[in-house]
Design a protein around this ligand. Sequence first.
Ligand code: GLU
Length: 440
Amino acid sequence: MTTTRFAPSPTGYIHVGNLRTALMNYLIAQKAGGTFVLRLDDTDPERSTQEYADGIKQDLQWLGLNWDRVEKQSERLDRYNAAADELRASGRLYECFETPTELDLKRKKLLNMGKPPVYDRAALELSDAEKDALRKERGAGHWRFKLDQERIEFTDGILGDLSIDAASVSDPVLIRGDGQFLYTLASVCDDIDYGITNVVRGSDHVTNTATQIQIIQALGGTVPSFAHHSLLTGPQGEALSKRLGTLALRDLREQGIQPMALLSHMARIGTSDPVELRTDMAALVEGFELSHFGAAPTKFDVADLLPLTAHYNQALAFGDVADQIKALGVPDDMAEAFWAATSANITVLDDLKPWWELCRDGAAPMVDDEDKEFIKQAMALLPDGAWDADTWGAWTKAVKEATGRKGRGLFMPLRKALTGMGHGPDMSQLMPLLQNGMRR
Ligand code: GLU
């Protein structure tokens, strides 16, 4: 049974980088008919908030990335305590008393000597009496997992065969001096207990994975398959990490980006598969292959979401947008014709608003100097009475005969005169709406 998880910390809203992780895990579960767990990594009580937890859920729901179960690390402290006891009993967890400043100094010394800044395990040498003394002086220590200093090897679903020398990695801290469990231990316990079979996360977690494999083994768990996706960069390859705050999913939603447009893009960038609009989840699952993703950083440009969103919106049936159109104030008997006329001229649905304002209020005519006389003549030929779908054709024919103008020189000045703009919906469809709108 394939079980995956998405494990955000509720310390902020999720952004496109998180979405990449969430989506890959979701699609793996979907494809296998398995289970997708939403796990809130909220062991940090100061930074985790209910508001962010709710926000993350709303964002995932907006995208249709529904989870089969939700779990919270903050509710599992007993389990983490028991795991810590187990590791202590087997000699894999040891207490350390260095202050952050001392650790920093040790790191700097090693770096100055051209050595990797790996923790020197000095705490392993402490006698019980020394530890008692330190505990009295400094309070409870923090606890590190004692790595087996051998090569840790695994086959990554994206990066291929990896081999990491545990001797080049510091023994990870699992419990802080204040008793707070760190993510590493909590994550391992959860992955074991929830039967997680596949973990996909960012390539910044590769070293974590190596150490977590040893912790899982020390706790008698089954090691899942790991895969690490590349990190996103901006369109020019620049680091995106600082800008991710501005690429929160809720901001994209606010900008009118369509969920399926966003998902279609995120499920394929970084592969050589074409990025095409998929309009439902089944189609997205269909061509998804984890092994198609490359190791190189993946370029992300928010502008790429617009054509996909336009494509999605323009193909919507009237019934899908009827409520939004009504909300704009378009009278019911005009609504369907309004959508037919304007749908090809929008990117986001909010673009409907200016078209409705044009129909309702009309526009100040835009007349170029050389067209002044022509427009005067044309206006005199505007048919009286109600404008319908044939009005534009009949009118332009009459103007053509009277003035001899044709093609763009005929149509463009007329469009500008009626709409105040050089582009827009098909004029045959727009003219009845213009007259009708202004009458209301
Ligand atoms: N809470 C962790 C993070 O957001 C989860 C990493 C993981 O997938 O294990 O980085």
